[in-house]
Write a protein that binds this ligand. Structure first.
Ligand code: KG4
Ligand code: ZN
Length: 343
């Protein structure tokens, strides 16, 4: 029998996209190890993630990554109380590698198994960086596949108040990066290129969704950037990549920040957090912090390593799921389309 009052040490496993990751986290907040094996170099050759290659790479990497996470934590399997794994959303073949591994470990070691929603994992990354953070707060979740605005009412209680109507924020960064020739992965490259550019050089649109004040739309912006580039190419003009990326980034960041702060004001919530790969963006971090300061709100985001995909955030979310009574078994399956708040 597990003593609920003692320390709980969780092994987190993440394989939803192109990072194979394992981490050991104590009581949802204290990271003992965080190992991430990125496949970026392989996928870069193809200009984006190739699902079949991702699955194969996860198979090759996962045992070594878990072994390393245990070693760095100074533990063996006997020191682990719970196994938490991303069950979705993500690429189905990639998810299945982590889910199968976690099920095999839980079964062989007689440890409880907890399937975790990847988006809830991104939100939980804030508990690692900010040990005093407790709900309620408003969370902007911006990753390669998702753009959500949620009121986090409890550790396991999410009210989804806004989402993208089309492309995710990270996906837009990646597409613009490709169009200006920066390649994959686009977000960090745009962030870097934009630092030397003029954000007012090109007036790109800020997408609004009628009657949906907290929803996002980025397809119009993406088309505007692509049209701008095509026109410049047709005229034989050299692209000013720094100015284009800075102007594009400003439009995305303004859309994200304005809705997040308006949402927090509307719900009377004084703490705002960001999460997901795009929350590593330097302009977003700066502008969200400034906007929150102007309204007397606390603004939080995870350390950059916990913004992009990692397993520490999965272990953290798994801890709260476990405390909430979640117990999975050998029938746990990957759910590539899992939504925030669904289990
Ligand atoms: O959360 P994440 O690692 O994976 C998903 O769950 O999707 O997010 C990856 C996304 C990619 O689209 C990547 O380009 C974007 O996050 N990203 C960034 C930055 N770092 C990563 N976008 C803008 N600025 C960054 N610094
Ligand atoms: Zn992610």
């Amino acid at each position: 029998m597990m003593n609920e009052n003692r320390n709980l040490t969780i092994l987190g496993i993440e394989s939803s996209c192109d990072e194979t990751a394992a981490a050991v986290v104590r009581n949802g907040r204290e990271v003992l190890s965080n190992v991430i094996s990125s496949q970026i170099d392989i996928h870069t050759v193809y200009g984006g993630v190739v699902p079949e290659i991702a699955s194969r790479m996860h198979c090759e990497q996962i045992n070594g990554v878990i072994r390393l996470a245990l070693k760095q934590a100074g533990l063996d399997f006997g020191g682990i109380d719970i196994i938490a794994v991303t069950k979705g959303p993500g690429l189905v073949g990639a998810l299945l590698v982590g889910v199968s591994e976690a099920k095999a470990l839980a079964y062989a070691l007689h440890k409880p198994l907890v399937g975790v929603n990847h988006i809830e994992g991104h939100i939980a990354a804030n508990y690692i960086t900010h040990p005093d953070l407790e709900p309620p707060y408003v969370c902007l979740v911006v990753s390669g596949g998702h753009t959500h605005l949620a009121v986090v009412r409890g550790y396991r209680d999410f009210e989804l108040v806004g989402a993208t109507q089309d492309d995710a924020a990270g996906e837009t960064f990646d597409k613009v990066a490709r169009a200006v020739g920066l390649g994959y992965p686009g977000g960090p490259k745009v962030d870097k290129a934009a630092a030397g550019g003029n954000p007012h050089a090109v007036e790109f649109p800020r997408g609004e969704v009628r009657d949906r004040p907290y929803d996002f739309t980025f397809s119009g912006l993406k088309s505007a950037v692509l049209n701008y580039i095509n026109l410049a190419n047709m005229k034989g003009e050299t692209l000013n990549v720094a100015d284009i990326t800075a102007s594009f980034q400003k439009s995305v960041v303004e859309s994200l920040v304005s809705r997040t702060v308006r949402c927090a004001e509307h719900y009377g919530i004084k703490t705002v957090a960001a999460a997901g790969g795009v929350s590593a963006n330097s302009a977003l971090r700066r502008e969200l912090a400034e906007a929150c300061a102007g309204k007397g709100m606390r603004c939080l985001y995870p350390e950059p390593v916990y913004c992009t995909d990692n397993a520490a955030m999965i272990a953290s979310a798994g801890y709260y799921a476990y405390l909430d009574g979640v117990r999975d078994d050998e029938f746990l399956n990957a759910d590539p389309n899992l939504k925030l708040g669904y289990r």
